[in-house]
Structure formats: structure tokens, C-alpha cells
Design a protein around this ligand. Structure first.
Ligand SMILES: [Zn+2]
Length: 318
């Protein structure tokens, strides 16, 4: 006999969809939640979007999926939190939670006594991530970022089975140029992996643009993973040619503010010792040059002329 389920205070009886707001204690923040409790038994899957508020193909796809899925087709539960960073979405602020200026995807494990971003991360962890069997977090290129499509999966955990399932699930992401085993520990999806919950982070779309085509590709990716998890009916399609594997990456942040001139583009390879970009001041002086440590593939290049100290500027991996 299937039971009513509750996530973040939002309850759904078997075969129904419920929506509502989950408060973030100690702040004015709250999280919009959709709970779809299927008619049959199965896994619980958390789908999050807009941890970064301007990565639109993912955000739109997750809105559409939460609104359209028929609970009668679902086995288990699918829980949607979107947009996680409500103010970042509404204020069109890349990377950060406007209330405290923190990058929410660097705040795990979270501090329950911290500022707004920390507390959002805490509620997301306690009320959602810890209560599910699988976590799909969705991103894309933020306002300044041009990048190919990829799927990240956690590479660090004391739960090897969670890592194995994450890696296998990554093979069911249909639209991805790369699949990247992450060594990070402070992202939402990598922290799910550390907790023993298999997870993926999907990245599709760039420079905050969104199109029907990218949104549909996102829906296809998520739906295929849900079929792999048997939460939705139908046979999942496994990619005939796997996405190219990346196991280590270099993520460079700007050492100073100024004008950013990358020497490589989003689909380029980089070669050891090659110059990959520079920052200049407002009078033509070069402030800082950047060179590749090893041969690899470009994973992200910032496309804006302006950069601030500490902003991401370029990433590459192999
Ligand atoms: Zn993001």
C-alpha cells in the first residue's frame, strides 16, 4: 500500500501532484516545491534547477516537466525544487544568491547558522537531498559563460555504489559532448554523492540564452535518466557513442578586474604551455596572462569583456 509522502512540508497522496513553498528558517527565502507521488512503488528522485538563477534551458525544462508529468505514469516520487535561488532568478543575477553574494553551488556541506545562501543549502540538504534515492541538478552556461554541453557526476565518496550508479546514469544523458568525473566536494550534486546518493549535474545551453531546441534536449536528457531509474515507463536509450570522458580539469578564476581576452574558443583544444587568455587594464597594459598546464579540451570560456577579481574566466580538462 503506497503512502502519502512529504518533502519540505509539501505532502502528496499516491497518484497526485502537490505544489507549495518550503520556508528557509532564519531568512526571508523560500523554495518553490512540486511533489509528484506516483501511483506505483519506486525510487524517489530530486530534480533541482536554478541554483544559479540565469541558466535558462534547464530552468524552463524543469518547470515544464513538473507541470506536465502525469502522476499515473510515475513509479515512486519525483520532487522538483525550481528555482532553488528564487531571487537570483528574478533579479537576473549570475552565479550568486543576491542576499549574501554567495555562490550557492559552493556551500556544501552547508552551515545552518550561516547567511541566506548557507541556509538555503541547509534546507535543500535536510528536507530534500537526504530523503531521496537519486539527485539530478541542472545547470548551463550562466550570463557570461560560453561552453559545450556536458554531464558531471561525483567522483569522491565513501559510498562506491553511489559513484557507480552515478557514472552509469551519465551514460543515459543523450545530449552531452563530455562526461566529467568531478573531484569537487562543495557542489550540491557532489555533496549528494558524498552522502551516498547517486547524482548528476547536467550542463546545456550558454550565455543565458534559451531556445525551444535546448529546452527539448534538456527534457530528453532528464526523461531518459528517469526511464533508466524506472521512475517513468519505457526503455531508456543508451548512447551508442559515449560522451568523451574527462577526469581532471583546471578551473581558472580572474586574478584581477579588467578586460578579458581569451585566446581559445569553446570548441577548441588547448596545448601545454599555450597562452589561453589575458587580462588588460583600461590603458592597454597586460595585467595577467594565462597558459595551459597540459593538453586538453576547453570546457568553458567567459565571453564578456568585463571580468572581476575572483570571477571564473576559463576551464579546460582532459
Ligand atoms: Zn550553474
Amino acid at each position: 500500500m503506497k503512502n502519502t509522502v512529504t518533502f519540505g512540508g509539501i505532502s502528496a497522496a499516491p497518484g497526485t501532484r502537490s505544489t507549495g513553498w518550503c520556508p528557509v528558517p532564519g531568512t526571508t527565502q523560500r523554495l518553490p516545491v512540486t511533489v509528484i507521488n506516483g501511483s506505483g512503488e519506486g525510487m524517489s528522485v530530486l530534480i533541482t534547477s536554478a541554483i544559479h538563477g540565469c541558466e535558462y534551458p534547464s530552468i524552463e525544462a524543469v518547470f515544464e516537466l513538473a507541470e506536465s508529468l502525469d502522476p499515473a505514469r510515475v513509479k515512486g516520487q519525483i520532487v522538483f525544487v525550481n528555482p532553488v535561488n528564487v531571487e537570483g532568478f528574478l533579479q537576473r543575477r549570475p552565479y550568486i544568491v543576491p542576499a549574501d553574494g554567495k555562490n550557492l553551488n559552493r556551500l556544501f556541506p552547508p552551515d545552518p547558522e550561516g547567511t541566506a545562501g548557507d541556509r538555503i543549502a541547509w534546507v535543500l540538504t535536510e528536507e530534500f537531498m537526504k530523503k531521496v534515492d537519486f539527485h539530478i541538478d541542472t545547470h548551463g552556461g550562466d550570463i557570461p559563460e560560453t561552453q559545450p554541453s556536458y554531464v558531471y557526476y561525483p567522483g569522491i565518496s565513501d559510498f562506491p555504489e553511489a559513484l557507480r550508479i552515478s557514472e552509469e546514469a551519465a551514460g543515459y544523458v543523450l545530449h552531452a559532448k563530455y562526461r566529467i568525473r568531478s573531484r569537487a566536494t562543495n557542489h550540491a550534486y557532489t555533496y549528494s554523492g558524498i552522502l551516498g546518493i547517486p547524482s548528476l549535474e547536467l550542463e546545456l545551453g550558454e550565455c543565458t540564452r534559451w531556445s525551444r531546441e535546448e529546452t527539448d534536449q534538456y527534457l530528453e536528457n532528464i526523461t531518459n535518466v528517469l526511464k533508466y531509474l524506472k521512475v517513468l515507463p519505457g526503455e531508456p536509450v543508451r548512447r551508442k557513442i559515449p560522451a568523451k570522458q574527462i577526469t581532471e580539469g583546471v578551473y581558472l578564476d580572474a586574478d584581477c578586474a579588467g578586460r578579458w581576452y581569451p585566446s581559445v574558443g569553446r570548441d577548441d583544444a588547448v596545448h601545454a604551455g599555450e597562452k589561453i587568455g589575458e587580462i588588460r587594464d583600461f590603458f592597454g597594459k597586460t595585467l595577467k596572462e594565462y597558459f595551459a598546464e597540459y593538453d586538453g579540451e576547453v570546457l568553458m570560456v567567459v565571453a564578456t569583456l568585463a571580468v572581476n577579481e575572483g570571477d571564473p574566466i576559463i576551464a579546460y580538462g582532459r
